[in-house]
Design a protein around this ligand. Structure first.
Ligand code: SAM
Length: 222
């Protein structure tokens, strides 16, 4: 099947299962108009994150890589009103747009957007003694995925769910000698997941409006 079929099926699914939502649609339009890279999760993927967060009964979520806050809003809507999302974004323009989108979604009270390099923010969070999270979504610069996994484990408790986006990359992930640092970062991420006894994980391949890619999903053990 062609990319065109994937897109049409993705569209079919979202037309049926994702009610039109003025806020979410506005957010995607704003991000596009502002010239942000088109790396927001798709509507179906956003809803998947929302459902996974609900299944997890998540109250505290950590997101690494906010962009315009589209996935943040899907995740935020899964949380109870006293829930909390900490989301990390290095790019000042992305952060500014995300803040305005998050406020449009009326989630400002729940979302703490920490602007700056994620590794620096995570170090600061450790010094502040930030409590563990129930769900952690890793979706920033892929070469740093191995480090983000280390940090995610540090901010986990037994039962925390860790999700990582873009782990298939049109199949490039099987190219051991790829010169793409993102591919190499994600390959190292798989290696660490395989070696790491504190987490058990798998990955699923996805096709749709965002092409051919996939998510890692893992759960932190006792
Ligand atoms: N999760 C978002 C969504 O689905 O709507 C998409 C995130 S986008 C794939 C990745 C984001 O990570 C970009 O906005 C980029 O600026 C940010 N980023 C890249 N390197 C970073 C770093 N070292 N620290 C923090 N953010 C970073």
């Amino acid at each position: 099947h062609s990319t065109n079929t994937w897109e049409q099926v993705d569209h079919y699914i979202s037309e049926r299962l994702i009610p039109h939502d003025a806020v979410l649609e506005k957010v995607l339009a704003t991000n596009q108009q502002a010239g942000l890279p088109p790396h927001d999760v798709s509507p179906n993927q956003g809803k998947l994150l929302n459902i996974l967060a609900q299944m997890q009964g998540a109250r505290r979520v950590l997101e690494i890589g906010t962009l315009g806050g589209y996935s943040t809003i899907w995740l935020g809507r899964a949380l109870p009103t006293d829930g909390k999302i900490v989301t990390l974004e290095a790019h000042p323009v992305h952060a500014k747009i995300a803040r305005s989108n998050i406020s449009l979604a009326q989630l400002d009270g729940m979302v703490e957007l920490r602007e700056g390099d994620a590794l620096e923010q995570l170090t600061q969070m450790k010094d502040e003694g930030v409590a563990p999270f129930d769900l952690i979504f890793i979706d920033a610069d892929k070469p740093n995925n191995p480090l983000y996994l280390e940090w995610a484990l540090r901010f986990s408790r037994s039962g925390t769910v860790i999700i990582g986006d873009n782990v298939v990359r049109e199949g490039e992930i099987i190219q051991a000698y790829s010169t793409d640092p993102r591919v190499q970062g994600v390959r190292k991420f798989y290696d660490l997941l395989a070696e790491e006894s504190r987490i058990t994980a798998t990955a699923f391949q996805t096709v749709g409006s965002k092409g051919y890619d996939g998510f890692v999903i893992g759960i932190v053990k006792d």
